[in-house]
Design a binder for this molecule. Structure first.
Ligand SMILES: [Zn+2]
Length: 432
């Protein structure tokens, strides 16, 4: 079903571009009528944006299958498996024309630790704008071994790397006006998370391209799976930090079959026990760069040996890749320079996304059914939904929100995270 929808859109969106210099390895790709070409539509009705075989399900599957294989032994930084994974990513970048960004190399050694970042670049085509860049990134490291087994981290974060490679290769074939930097971070996972040894933190402190010329930092983490079985939604967080970034998202068509929910970062970061950043966007946001954090959230397989290829939602990943291709292309084609507004918030969006996710969680076959939640958790989720609707009514009436209103909004999002993830027990989620 999902595949059929994708095929239809891929074909309706096809205006075939000129011959290209490189094609995905998977020439048997059947998602596209025109192998090795990119396509686009106009801006009038029926716009489905640009497309490329590099973001097809076949190509995304090929990449994530290799990245999540035992061959790389869990991709822990400083190990032979990590070196092999890095060589594979660099080869894929070279093969499709992404250029080395670090003095003729793709590698940025993290001198504060053991890791090595990978940084490639697609130079912008407009000399007047190509000093500006959009960063598209995903960490490639994972835990190595855990629970006595190889932890392959298919969702965390082989999936994210597959998507940035697909999008990067598509843009290398048809570059936008501004420069696009494709980066894959090392050392995101504990114990280096949020330390100076973390790849993205090191890059933010030692950027290859000046941060003041960075329009937005896009970070992917946990984009390969579903928050709970059967839940198709994909989350974009952080757009509230820049009105210009939000405007580009508003104007970018979302592929049919991919529900995208936009949350403010505060919804998941401002927790009862304190402030909790979740991934590689933190170093950039701390330096007042606009960020977008893309994720499907932590599910029950998070940081366990069960995070394997067979649990990924590959048709959904292809839809995510095509949407991201359009988001990046539109950001890097915009003449505007996005501003960072630190106090930015879009509570209308927060309410809308919260309501959608809570309703889906409580619906037949939703989170509560899929995970066999007890009545207390169901009642708590219903309470969160009621509170969200009460906040929505205040917004409709033009009333300003209190800190208590914001807390009750966040409770819903955070209870969902708590219940859906692997690191909490249902009883602990009562804290929300
Ligand atoms: Zn991760």
């Amino acid at each position: 079903m999902k595949r059929a929808i994708f095929l239809t859109l891929a074909l309706t969106g096809s205006i075939v571009a000129a011959a290209c210099s490189s094609t995905p390895a998977s020439s048997d790709d059947d998602d596209q009528g025109q192998g090795g070409t990119s396509s686009s539509t106009g801006t009038a009705g029926g716009n489905t944006g640009i497309d490329s075989p590099f973001v097809s399900e076949t190509e995304v599957t090929r990449l994530v299958q290799t990245l999540a294989s035992d061959e790389f032994d869990g991709r822990d930084e400083g190990t032979p498996g990590s070196t092999a994974a890095r060589q594979y990513i660099v080869e894929e970048m070279q093969r499709c024309g992404i250029q080395p960004a670090v003095n003729g190399s793709f590698e940025q050694p993290i001198t504060t630790g053991d890791g090595i970042n990978i940084v490639g670049v697609i130079p912008g085509t407009d000399p007047a704008q190509s000093d500006r860049h959009v960063l598209v990134s995903a960490h490639y490291d994972h835990l190595g071994h855990c629970g006595g087994d190889i932890c392959n981290g298919a969702d965390d974060n082989a999936a994210g790397v597959a998507l940035i490679l697909g999008v990067g290769c598509a843009l290398a074939e048809n570059p936008p006006a501004k420069t696009v930097v494709i980066a894959s971070w090392d050392a995101e996972e504990p114990p280096t998370f949020l330390t100076q040894e973390m790849g993205s933190e090191f890059y933010a402190a030692n950027p290859v391209f000046p941060l003041e010329q960075m329009d937005v930092a896009i970070v992917l983490d946990l984009v390969g799976s579903d928050l709970w079985p059967g839940f198709q939604d994909h989350f974009y967080l952080g757009a509230e930090l820049s009105p210009q970034v939000a405007a580009v998202l508003d104007a970018t068509p979302v592929p049919a079959g991919l529900p995208v929910q936009r949350f403010g970062l505060h919804m998941v970061e401002e927790q009862p026990l304190g402030f909790q950043p979740w991934s590689d966007y933190n170093g950039f946001r701390n330096r007042q760069r606009p960020v977008l954090f893309l994720s499907n959230g932590q599910n029950k397989r998070y940081h366990t040996p069960a995070d394997e290829l067979g649990t990924l939602n590959l048709p959904k990943m292809a839809l995510e890749a095509r949407y991201l291709l359009n988001v990046v292309n539109n950001l890097a084609s915009s003449a505007e320079v996005p501003a960072f507004v630190g106090e930015g918030a879009d509570h209308g969006r927060d309410v809308e996304a919260n309501r959608a996710v809570l309703e889906a969680a409580l619906a037949a076959g939703g989170l509560a059914d899929a995970l066999g939640l007890g009545q207390a958790s169901r009642d708590a989720l219903q309470g969160d939904l009621d509170a969200t609707n009460a906040v929505a009514a205040k917004l409709t009436n033009g009333e300003s929100l209190t800190s208590g209103d914001l807390t009750s909004l966040r409770n819903g999002a955070q209870r969902i995270m708590c219940l859906a993830g692997s690191t909490y027990m249902e009883s602990l989620c009562a804290a929300f």
